[in-house]
Design a protein around this ligand. Structure first.
Ligand code: BTN
Length: 324
């Protein structure tokens, strides 16, 4: 009995434990173990002695066939390799481990990540069937040195992808997706290869779609998801296809022209411009007001001592409360 088959067999209607166990040819105890495992993965399963099991809100499971066909209108993706995992440690880690020669861009999506990774060593909550967790591997000739600004380009591709779904997001430099000042998602970029030659980049995107409240309990910053933002209808496969399509188009442009053509669009989506900010560099912090980005994609901060510029590497930026 595969855990994904049990998950897919559950729906809005009650099904008795006996019938489910018989369907998979296992004991009720073995079925119960799978149910518990799915619960631990974040699926909200109702149980009743008399009725059996059901899902209060069945996920719209990702459908690779649908993603592939929704990708057709995007001209940039004729050769993209698409893979789907029901569960994985981290889609970024899996693509970084994958040593097969990269002949085409590869996308890996997962329904659940047991060790989803965020920036700065943080854990990325990845409950089953709730949100989008996807990574795209791209081969670039720009060299690692030429990838500055790639998280900004990725963020802008995501703004374009979400617009047709009625979702307007803003970008918090360098890699957060915001609605208001609540985090809707984030980007994790990891590269390997030559400083000034061929390199491989893995771009990971986590986007909250319908985050179950239980799974979000220990998130240490204000967050939101597409459902709370009023997006409807929420079809994760279509959203995934739009993300992949827009991202590939943006990457093709970035590969040739770099960050320059994206700068005007950043100005429109920059969530930090004119905001009082505190930039943290290890133990030190510098206060100022967001003043956009420079041509390299670095954050500009207007401080009492003049303009300061920060690369995305190891700084963290927080909006600052200003007391009147
Ligand atoms: C952040 O805001 O800290 C970045 C979050 C990136 C999360 C995504 S989910 C898909 C991919 N796989 C991972 O382990 N992380 C990224």
């Amino acid at each position: 009995m595969r855990i994904d088959e049990v998950a897919h067999a559950l729906g809005r209607d009650w099904q008795s434990g006996q019938a489910l166990a018989a369907r998979f040819g296992v004991t009720r105890a073995a079925l119960w173990k799978s149910i518990e495992r799915l619960r631990a993965m974040g699926l909200v399963i109702e149980a009743s002695r008399t009725h059996g099991y059901r899902l209060a809100q069945p996920p719209d499971w990702l459908d690779v066939g649908q993603i592939r066909s929704s990708l057709r209108p995007f001209p940039a993706c004729p050769r993209v390799e698409l893979e789907m995992a029901f569960e994985i440690d981290s889609t970024n880690s899996a693509l970084l481990r994958d040593a097969t020669p990269a002949t085409a861009p590869k996308v890996l999506l997962a329904e659940f990540q047991s060790a989803g990774r965020g920036r700065r060593g943080r854990h990325w909550r990845s409950p089953l069937g709730a949100n989008l967790y996807l990574s795209l591997r791209w081969s670039s000739d720009r060299g690692i040195a030429g990838l500055g600004g790639l998280s900004l380009v990725t963020g802008l591709a995501i703004t374009r992808a979400l617009r047709p779904f009625g979702i307007a997001i803003r970008l918090k430099w360098p890699n957060d997706l915001w609605i208001g000042q609540d985090k809707l998602g984030g980007i994790l970029i990891e590269a390997s290869g030559e400083h000034a030659g061929p390199c491989r980049v893995v771009i990971g995107i986590g986007l909250n779609v319908r985050m179950p409240v239980d799974a979000a309990q220990d998130i240490d910053q204000p967050w939101t998801d597409l459902a709370r933002a009023g997006a409807a209808p929420l079809d994760r496969s279509r959203i995934a296809a739009a993300l992949i399509g827009e991202l590939l188009a943006a990457l093709q442009r970035f590969e040739v022209d770099g960050l320059a053509p994206f700068l005007p669009d950043w100005e429109i989506h920059d969530a930090l411009r004119d905001l009082p900010l505190s930039v943290h560099l290890g133990e030190q912090h510098i206060d100022g007001v967001g003043a956009g980005i420079d041509r390299l994609g670095q954050l500009q901060l207007c401080t009492d001592d003049g303009m300061r510029v920060f690369a995305s590497g190891e700084v963290s930026v927080r909006p600052r409360r200003v007391h009147p």
